[in-house]
Design a protein around this ligand. Sequence first.
Ligand code: PEP
Length: 268
Amino acid sequence: MIPDATGPRALRRPLVAGNWKMHGLSAEGAALAGRVTGVLADLFSARDRPVDVVLCPPFTGLQEVGRAVAGSGVFLGAQNVHWEDKGAFTGEISAPMLLDLGCEYVIIGHSERRQHFGETDASVRRRLAAAARHNLRPILCVGETWEEREAGRTVERVTAQLHGALEGLGRETAPTGLAVAYEPVWAIGTGRAARGTDAQEVAALIRRLLGDLLGPELAVRTRVLYGGSVKPDNIDEFAGQADIDGALVGGASLDAEAFGAIVRRFAR
Ligand code: PEP
């Protein structure tokens, strides 16, 4: 069980999100979602949900996965969202379109988007604002590269990303249900997770920065996740940390048993 369940921690229901990236045809996604709801069925029969669980399939799987999780207590999330509601933006998907398919969450600013598709802090900020307008809950990803870490620039990088995304939004326009995922780029998909104590240090920094940007009340309520090669056998490193309220899981979320074990570790 998570320590400190009576302190500020009690204000934050843990959150575990599975980022399926570009994996799975829609029927495969539906089958995987069915296995996930199956392995977690006992958790969600509880009256007070002990943890929020989100599945983020590729856009093409949203409809079928949405059907598979309907009524289960598991939420549907997307992997990105455009900042405009509609228009001449070939290949993009808007917040109303995601809501239409039953999405409640959306990942924004994942490092793979930043690295391969030219996402910047400015575009991340516009996407966040779109999520806020439509009450989609964003999971905002931040994190440093290995070179930045080696150069002692982790704090600088994470601070710049968070400011770039949130500065000036203020508490009135802050996205509802914002979560921030600390995902060191060098830990994503590499099998080399951060140390729990290092991740906690950055999670605490993120919470302090959220306090400056959005005010102390929102900072204490915002869930900060760790992501980067999370597996059932390393999850204890993270689940015991005071400022880590859950995980953003890539590879291991494609295995229902492994994902279920990670979710259970955060259930309170
Ligand atoms: C991710 O895609 O956000 C992620 C953390 O991937 P992995 O768990 O595979 O490192």
